[in-house]
Design a protein around this ligand. Structure first.
Ligand code: XMP
Ligand code: MG
Length: 174
């Protein structure tokens, strides 16, 4: 596998979308006690850029989920890093890099709901709605993609490419 010869989205195109999302969130979460829950590791850069552009107060926490896909497509999800802030009564915004089958985000939503927050929303930079295996929709989406695997800006293929500022498509060699 290798990278597409040019970026699918450049860093500055991404920042444009991030700004729009930050504006929407700032409007919707004004006056609410909000916790942004960044899903590690892929959403690290997105979350950091997004939260710096917000104009209302927001607490920051992290969650790390490991999903087991493969043969049993039930998509069991394990929480390697659970949230550390108390979420009860708070407005929680889950910050994801990409929604694919929807299994990870759905498991995270269930995990968060168990703590009785005031509300839960999903904010994802990328969304591949054609890849869903369960019904799930993001509340704040930056960019819709086709069925393609993308890397860069925090997203990886086997832990590579996260450091790239632009987003590329992963393509077959030759
Ligand atoms: P599901 O399928 O549970 O998966 O919605 C979401 C997680 O899968 C990873 N993922 C990707 N990572 N490029 C990546 O670097 C992609 O195109 C891609 N699609 C899914 C990602 O970790 C996401 O949180
Ligand atoms: Mg990943």
């Amino acid at each position: 596998m290798k990278l597409s010869s040019s970026p699918l989205y450049t860093a500055s195109q991404i920042q444009g979308r991030v700004e729009v999302l930050a504006e929407k969130l700032s409007r919707d979460y004004a006056g609410r006690e909000t916790i942004a829950l960044i899903v590690l590791t892929g959403a690290l850069h997105f979350g950091s850029d997004l939260l710096r552009k917000m104009t209302v107060p927001v607490s920051i926490d992290f969650i790390r989920a490991k999903s087991y896909k493969g043969a049993a497509s039930t998509g069991r999800v394990e929480f390697l890093v659970p949230p550390s802030l108390p979420l009860e009564g708070k407005h929680v915004v889950i910050i994801e890099d990409i929604l694919d089958t929807g299994l990870t985000a759905s498991a995270i939503v269930d995990r968060i709901r168990a703590e009785d927050p005031a509300s839960v929303a999903i904010c994802s930079l990328f969304d591949k709605p054609k890849c869903r295996k369960i019904e799930l929709s993001g509340d704040y989406i930056g960019i819709e993609l086709e069925r393609q695997f993308v890397v860069g800006y925090g997203m990886d293929y086997e832990e590579r490419y996260r450091e790239l500022p632009d987003v590329y498509v992963l393509v077959d060699e030759e």
